[in-house]
Design a protein around this ligand. Structure first.
Ligand code: NMX
Ligand code: MLT
Length: 471
């Protein structure tokens, strides 16, 4: 019976993306079959044993296969290009950008269930995909939405802990403090203290991750209302989906803002495993620190200006351009402003990337959203002008490997347009979204029994000796 349902889902999926390139392999089609399980945990329970076997086989049969050479530049250059991590939910191609379990952003927009036909993907659907590798049905997504709502209640001490901080503390500091305060409810920590067998680690990790994903929007919205809306908290809605509920708790209820938030959370959810926040979450989790501790650590990485905080920096920088030169700035003036930024030893926020070598597809899909909903917004037009001006200037600098815009170059102007104007808050939105990807991998880390992460470090003296010997 479920086999036939699988086949019929498969043919529906095929017809839904019938226009797309036929580079899809049969493996991709298999990956996209959904099952009839309405419960995500039961779905995972079914998949885990076969994935454990798969990993065992890779280790046994290919353990000695070389994946590349490590050179001195890599050791001194932030480990760029070193393949060193297993990360299941997504994979980043330098030219194409991110694929979530094999699906590009436009494919996710077509295939994942939306709140209304043709709408933006529901982040719960993406979470299902990240965790299981399967495109969920609308019923599965609705069931997951409901489960997240039932897990969303935040203990009172969390608010009190945040309230102990000055209201002027950076929103990421307040958010991260709230996540640390949530940690006292960790099922993983309790189970470990009681002596749980390692084959069962993934079960309390799953409970923690689902609760964490459910609760971070509530904590994040509390921080926003505390800082910018006189502490007037808005309770979660009892029937809205994840993205819409988050926008609602922040105080935004227009249908377009709800759609933007669904898209925002979806595209910011994951970016393979090597970025600072994902890698940090995975590293800390590898010590069997529970998912709250691991995710809080990840957030501290996201709070850096070369990573997630860049979304704040972009809007502040764009506003400084407008303050100094006005909204109708000429191309020449804009070019001068970019050079002024560079000559004062700063980076142009929102441009460049550690892996991507083309325009970030997360930028492109936000641009499409803007073209559809706010084509005449002056700040959107300025962002479009920057797309013409910045890449040639960065290329002229001669050292920038990727002069194209990344995800952060666009997000701020969309939020600003709908009234979420407080740029210092933007990285918190990124953080809420990132819980989906990091938690998905944390569950798989425990299910696959991945080991403590511990790379080798060396001193300059060691390097000099090794290089002389090599030469
Ligand atoms: N503006 C000015 N200089 C830049 C930029 C930029 N946007 N991007 C790279 N460079 C410089 C970089 O600082 C380095 O200079 P130096 O050798 O003097 O240290 C040189 O170009 C080579 O860097 P790359 O190898 O191209 O980039 P890398 O992989 O080291 O860094 C970023 C990647 C993303 C940190 C870098 O492009 C950057 O600082 N961009 C601006 C900040 C930003 O938008 N971050 C958000 C990234 C996305 N996210 O959300 O995390
Ligand atoms: C991310 O989304 O994590 C950023 O684009 C940074 C990265 O991938 O290195």
């Amino acid at each position: 019976m479920s086999f036939f349902r699988g086949l019929s889902n498969l043919s529906k999926l095929r017809s839904r993306i019938g226009q797309q390139s036929c580079s899809n392999t049969s493996a991709r089609w298999i990956q996209m079959q959904s099952s009839s399980n309405l419960d995500l945990r039961s779905e995972l329970q079914e998949i885990i044993p076969e994935q454990q076997e798969r990993l065992k086989k890779i280790k046994k049969e290919y353990g000695n296969v070389q994946l590349g050479n490590i050179n001195v530049d890599m050791v001194l250059g932030g480990m760029r290009g070193m393949t060193g991590l297993l990360w299941e939910p997504s994979l980043l191609d330098p030219e194409e950008g991110i694929r979530f379990r094999g699906l590009s952003i436009p494919e996710c927009q077509k295939l994942l269930p939306a709140s209304s036909p043709g709408g933006e993907p529901l982040p719960e659907g993406l979470l299902w995909l990240l965790l299981t590798g399967k495109v969920p049905s609308k019923e599965q997504v609705d069931s997951l939405s409901k489960e997240l709502r039932t897990r969303a209640s935040v203990p009172d001490h969390v608010y009190k802990t945040i309230d102990a901080l000055p209201v002027t503390a950076h929103p990421m500091t307040q958010f991260c403090t709230g996540v640390m305060a949530l940690q006292v409810q960790s099922e993983f920590q309790k189970a470990y203290e009681k002596g749980i067998h390692k084959s069962k680690f993934w079960e309390p990790a799953y409970e923690d991750c689902l609760s964490l994903i459910a609760q971070v929007p509530v904590v994040a919205a509390y921080v926003y209302r505390r800082m910018y809306k006189n502490g007037q908290k808005i309770e979660p809605h009892d029937s809205l989906d994840y993205g819409a509920n988050f926008a609602h708790m922040l105080g935004f209820d227009s249908p377009q803002m709800l759609e933007l938030m669904r898209l925002y959370v979806t595209i910011h959810s994951d970016h393979e495993g090597g970025n600072v926040s994902a890698h940090t979450g995975h590293l800390v989790g590898s010590a069997l620190s529970d998912p709250y501790l691991s995710f809080a650590a990840a957030l501290n990485g996201l709070a850096g200006p070369l990573h997630g905080l860049a979304n704040q920096e972009v809007l502040l920088w764009i506003k400084s351009v407008v303050d100094e030169c006005g909204e109708n700035i000429s191309t020449e003036q804009l070019k001068d402003y970019v050079w002024k930024t560079l000559n004062s030893g700063k980076v142009v926020p929102g441009f460049g990337h550690g892996v991507l070598r083309k325009t970030d597809p997360r930028y492109t899909c936000q641009r499409e959203f803007a073209l559809k909903h706010l084509p005449n917004d002056p700040l959107f037009q300025l962002v479009s002008k920057l797309y013409e001006v910045v890449p040639p200037v960065l290329t002229e600098l001669g050292k920038v490997k990727n002069p194209w815009p990344n995800v952060d170059a666009h997000s701020g102007v969309l939020l600003n347009y709908y009234g979420l104007t407080e740029a210092r808050y933007y990285t918190v939105l990124f953080g809420v979204s990132r819980s989906l990807g990091i938690c998905s991998q944390l569950i798989w880390d425990r299910a696959l029994g991945l080991p403590l992460e511990r790379p080798k470090s060396v001193t300059m003296e060691w390097l000099e000796k090794a290089c002389k010997k090599g030469a």
